[in-house]
Design a protein around this ligand. Structure first.
Ligand code: OTD
Ligand code: ZN
Ligand code: ZN
Length: 377
């Protein structure tokens, strides 16, 4: 007979005794279930067209809300475009899904401060995204000179309490690709915070010990960071293990093991400054497996399983729920979700691929077995 150990709704109330009991039950083949407030994804690429239709069910199954990135072709630069994109996402959702897309605007050198007012008034746009031009996929229209061209927009964002979401890497080809995050902190983020200390900033997808330390050093409530599953479970060796591994290639690129360990420590420490952002970024298989492959890891189907694994291995399952479900809405000033999901400690196999009209998508850890299975309550 399978015994079920149900951990308390509030995992933060988990006591040492529960942990001991859990270990004993697990040793006897019991099934462990973790009930947590439904998570949100604070950094998500949903694309458009048939790719959107192919991927949205995975995010909608796991997450209640998602901050949707604006790097479409062409980018989502205006509130009107964000509202139209939101409509197409809602149309693509599976029937009865209550997934809510939270929209973002793509900042350019010519973004008008008026656009920020419109964005706030719309009620649909929650943030503005800064891509240094050329830093990542579809960032060609991004910002070339933040301090020269964008100060009035940033000042309006402070007035509107609109967070700036930052792809934190410099684009100077003379800077080594593994150092671009650290150089961005020193040359852009620190001066930006000095100029506009009231601006809310999310440093997206942090990958280094330097970034984790920097976020911790900032004023609470003004600077936070999202962390992806791939940067928590993989290091740069995974790009070359047994041959070139295009499905592990993303930007910012995976870093060395010491950096991975530092961001695991940061997120499992219980700090409120770090929250879940998958950066799930699907590309059709041929566009990854070719002579100049696209950057992006498709992790929506496996993200929650992987986050649970990271917290479990760190002995910090009691801190998982704050990372997945509390720290994000608290930072954005949005209500926490009231619905719950269940994470069952049960092995499951990740599909090899997902087919759709234009081809197929290969998920992170395709064909491999994971330990935690998310399930509706
Ligand atoms: N990184 N790929 C993509 C975006 C992200 O920088 C990012 O947020 C993408 O494909 O849109 C990637 O590797
Ligand atoms: Zn990015
Ligand atoms: Zn992204």
């Amino acid at each position: 007979m399978i015994k079920t150990l149900v951990l308390p709704l509030k995992t933060s109330t988990l006591h040492f005794a529960n942990v001991q009991a859990r270990k004993q039950l697990m040793a006897r083949g019991a099934k462990m279930e973790l009930f947590i407030t439904q998570p949100d994804d604070w950094h998500l690429h949903l694309r458009d067209g048939d790719l959107l239709e192919a991927v949205i069910p995975h995010s909608a199954f796991h997450f209640r809300r998602g901050i949707v990135m604006p790097n479409l072709k062409p980018p989502v630069k205006t509130t009107a475009a964000a509202v139209a994109y939101r409509e197409s996402i809602l149309k693509a959702l599976p029937a009865n899904s209550d997934f809510t897309p939270l929209m973002t605007l793509y900042m350019t050198d010519t973004t008008n401060p008026e656009e920020i007012k419109l964005a706030r008034e719309s009620g649909f746009v929650q943030a503005v995204k800064l891509y240094p031009a050329g830093a990542t996929t579809n960032s060609q229209d991004g910002v070339t000179d933040l301090f020269g061209n964008c100060l009035p927009v940033l000042e309006e964002m402070v007035k509107q309490n609109m967070p700036l979401l930052v792809h934190g890497e410099v684009t100077d080809p003379g800077v080594d690709i593994f150092d671009r995050e650290k150089v961005f902190i020193d040359t852009v983020l620190i001066p930006l915070i000095q100029k506009l200390p009231q601006l809310k900033i999310v440093m997206e997808h942090i990958t280094t010990a330097d970034a984790a330390r920097f976020v911790e050093s900032c004023k609470a409530g003004f600077v936070a960071a999202t962390v992806t599953p791939q940067h928590l479970v993989l290091n740069r060796n995974s790009l070359f293990q047994g041959g070139l591994q295009p499905h592990n290639y993303c930007l910012p690129v995976l870093k060395r093991e010491t950096h991975r360990q530092a961001i695991v420590s940061a997120v499992t420490s219980g700090s409120k400054r770090f929250f879940l952002g998958t950066d799930s970024a699907p590309h059709e298989r041929q566009r990854k497996e070719c002579s100049c492959g696209c950057a992006g890891v498709y992790n929506a189907p496996v993200a929650l399983s992987l986050y649970a694994k990271v917290f479990e291995e760190a002995g910090a399952l009691d801190k998982l729920e704050a990372f997945t479900s509390f720290n994000g809405p608290d930072f954005y000033g949005l209500p926490r979700n009231t619905s719950k999901i269940k994470l069952i400690k049960r092995r499951w196999k990740v599909p090899e691929s997902f087919s759709y009209a234009s081809g197929e998508i290969i998920p992170m850890f395709a064909g491999e077995t994971l330990d935690w299975m998310p399930s509706p309550v």
